[in-house]
Design a protein around this ligand. Sequence first.
Ligand SMILES: *[C@@H]1O[C@H](CO)[C@@H](O)[C@H](O)[C@H]1NC(C)=O
Ligand SMILES: [Zn+2]
Length: 348
Amino acid sequence: MLRKRFFSRSLARISLLFVVVTSIVVPSTYQPLLNGLYEALKCSKVYQASTFETFWTVFCYAVIEPSLTVVFFRRPEWRLAAHNAQDKMDDAEYPAATISKLPKPKGMRRPSRRLYEAFTYVVPLLLMDLVMIKKFAGVDLEAMLISGNYEPATTLPTGYHRSTFLAPSMHNFSVSSPLQTKRALPAQAPTSRRLVLELICSFVIYDALFFVFHLLMHIVRPLARWHAPHHTHAEINPQITNQLHVFERLGLVLLANFSLNIIRSHVLTRTLFVPIFVWLLVEIHSGLDLPWGYEKILPGGWGGGAKKHALHHKNGGGGLEPFFEWCDGLWNYFALCRKHESRTPAMT
Ligand SMILES: *[C@@H]1O[C@H](CO)[C@@H](O)[C@H](O)[C@H]1NC(C)=O
Ligand SMILES: [Zn+2]
């Protein structure tokens, strides 16, 4: 059993490494595939819509979270709560009957009861989608402005506008075009090298930024009040992922957007970022010690994983970093130093 698990984990690890390395070293291998995929996407009305990313994120979430919820109920032996109960008992064999009787965590809701949750997620993002011009790397200003209902060619008020996402532009509202419904897309597909490097960088940047954001959520009083609902639950379970105050959720989405934009990610990178991001978010909130958890696939000490995040939810102390371990490591290191310093004078 254990050996089989070790084998499949090594296989996953090697496959991942293979894809990452070949994408970076021999991007020509993947180019036909990426070109085909991007051409198809670029021509579709759905992909051209300014609201695409909002609905794509909801779609990914609506697939991933219920799937992990099913795993949560089908494999009670993976629930961290079962492990904790097991630790408390003296004998190593935790009776299977007790595991299967683990209660359903309080506060879990059926999908029909969660329309309000979906609504509060979607509305602020849709509002922004429908009034602001999307500014993607590799698109020229003229194309952006045309998508925003500005007159083409000579009359373009380009003087006011910039092509960077840091200078947002409003849609040019008119009776015939009352809302921003389109987004201008770059002409070319990215290379696999660019795609993979951008994905890695955006996750590392997001992880560090969210660490700071989350730290503020824990130490600044008014923010802590927003963050509290995310920590008030019995046993952690996949549905906690989105149990967030509107502002906190917005902060999370905007930080992800920023992390992608600041390195000028290709729009296709953004499209692939979403499912990975949503998967990781749900996984760390799943309350499950999955045998193929991402922290077990990544090199040891890189990924935080569900266990660490569950501990944070319980104790509220450390473990502020969502996906990796580096910021938490540094934070703990400096916390130790401070403790040490404050103790030294007392001893002399
Ligand atoms: C998210 O990124 C896009 C692409 O750069 C940008 O156009 C948009 O304004 C950003 N959205 C928000 C709400 O900041
Ligand atoms: Zn927290």
